[in-house]
Design a protein around this ligand. Structure first.
Ligand SMILES: Nc1ncnc2c1ncn2[C@@H]1O[C@H](COP(=O)(O)OP(=O)(O)OP(=O)(O)O)[C@@H](O)[C@H]1O
Length: 255
């Protein structure tokens, strides 16, 4: 067994480090000199008005666009050399999703695996079993064969979360997961996310417009502000044992 000191060091790893990051579309400066560090098992709520650059920042963190100034590192590795994308689950805004997309829930969840392996390769028994685990974890196994476009907003969010969880990531990045769903479903979805944060070794970065829900979990005041962006933070330390756990497995065990 690892010495305790090393374990707690492991628990406070830098998961995301933004250092003087700036970005402009054409000549319009969207993000200006942002520096912020996300530590392992932090829950970050990123709040800001429409157009403040929240989605742009997330897209930069997941490697879809590059900062024009400054640098980003992920799990201690410069983002342009980072390869271990399975460690990161990303749920983009749902309004980018075409409801006519002709895929079933199971296919959408399985497509979360394709990032690390070849597209259209055969699905192994292990892939299928991870998919079933993810479906069960999110309580959507009954929907597996339905067309994704035929589901309600809240159900679709569960599907996209299952897709992001299929690789058992250490970091989950969610872009407005609560928007466009009724408040009861919002509450239960947020409860599920909070549960994952409190009970599992997982770090969250979530964009939300629901300031009250964010404050209810992350506190009244942001830890940092940068331009129009506010970063609310809560660190989770409920587990005595900081060892890595298989998220899907343990969530399922707890029902
Ligand atoms: N591909 C693009 N080309 C040009 N401008 C863009 C592009 N994507 C976003 N923008 C502009 O950049 C600004 C920031 O957009 P972004 O989507 O990052 O903001 P946001 O904070 O996520 O907004 P919202 O809360 O409305 O989702 C907006 O003014 C937007 O119009």
């Amino acid at each position: 067994m690892e010495p305790l000191v090393q374990q707690s060091g492991f628990c406070h790893r830098e998961i995301i480090k933004l250092d003087g990051v700036s970005f402009s579309y054409d000549s319009k400066r969207i993000l200006n000199d942002i520096s912020f560090t996300v530590q392992e098992r932090d829950f970050i709520g990123l709040i800001g008005p429409n157009g403040a650059g929240k989605t742009t920042l997330l897209r930069m963190i997941v490697g879809l666009i590059r900062p024009q100034q400054g640098s980003i590192s992920l799990f201690g590795v410069p983002a342009d050399r980072f390869k271990d994308w399975n460690q990161i689950g990303y749920v983009p805004q749902r309004n980018n999703f075409n409801p006519l997309f002709p895929a079933t829930v199971r296919e959408v969840v399985l497509s979360g695996l394709y990032g690390r392996k070849k597209l259209f390769r055969r699905i192994t028994r292990e892939d299928a079993s991870r998919c079933e685990d993810a479906l069960e974890t999110l309580h959507i196994e009954d929907l597996a064969d339905k067309r994704i476009g035929a589901l309600s907003g809240g159900q679709q969010q569960r599907v996209f979360l299952a897709r992001a969880l299929i690789n058992n990531p250490q970091l989950l990045i969610l872009d407005e997961p609560l928007s466009g769903i009724d408040s009861e479903t919002q509450q239960s979805f947020f409860q599920l996310i909070r549960h994952m944060h409190q009970r599992h070794n997982i770090t969250f970065l979530m964009v939300s417009h629901d300031i009250e829900m964010v404050r209810s979990y992350l506190g009244q005041e942001p830890k940092e502000k940068s331009g129009k962006l506010s970063f609310y933070v809560r660190h989770s330390h409920d587990l005595e044992d900081c060892a890595e756990t298989d998220l899907l497995h343990s969530l399922r065990k707890e029902g």
